[in-house]
Design a protein. Sequence first.
Length: 241
Amino acid sequence: MQKEIMNSADGDNLLEIRGLSLTLGGNNILNNVNLDVKHGHIHALIGPNGAGKTTLIRSIMGGMPHKGTIRFLFGDNGRIGYVPQLLEFDHSVPITVFDFIFLMLRKSPLFLSRRRPMRKKIQKILTATGCEHLIDRGVGNLSGGEFRRVLLAQALVPKPELLLLDEPASNVDEVGSRHFEQMLIDLKMEHGHSILMVSHDMQTIIRIADRVTAINRTVTYDGSPDNLSLSDLLVNVRPEV
């Protein structure tokens, strides 16, 4: 396994993956995956269930043992923001959105933290994803779409070089999904965010993605979403003998 972080303002690529393979329990999960993510792009990962999409995201984050090279061509901060597909959370805990973000941001022990000066900062953070009105709402009372907006807001602070989203619009209705799409476009166009997102919704990908990579343990398609076909997603990759 090789992971490199390079400070570079040259070239279009922000992330380069070469020959990434991963085996768990004797099962070949990913095989020779090659992938480039460009600066300022929304890049979608798509594929059938069990294709290795989430495993690839976790490998990029350094959470999975793999072979191959992952190279980040970052600028100054080198930060990755991440929103998981699922977050285990006890909805009976009486915690507000303010408390949730406050706990994520604080650097000092809780008893030394000053909550009042943080309110304006947290409101500004939530404004980035259009959920500042939720600041005093109990987290357990949020809809699926509202909670994902809050998770995305906290992932944006401080500003990441690369934003990783694992099915960001899952459990969100059609109206909420369209709002989420526009929010991602705004993050790219207005704030310069680079986004790598896992999605199962081809219509969303066609509408907002600059590039799409289909994987089924290996790359089965890489290019414009306009040319992606169903056969690219369902191609069966035979196990190695």
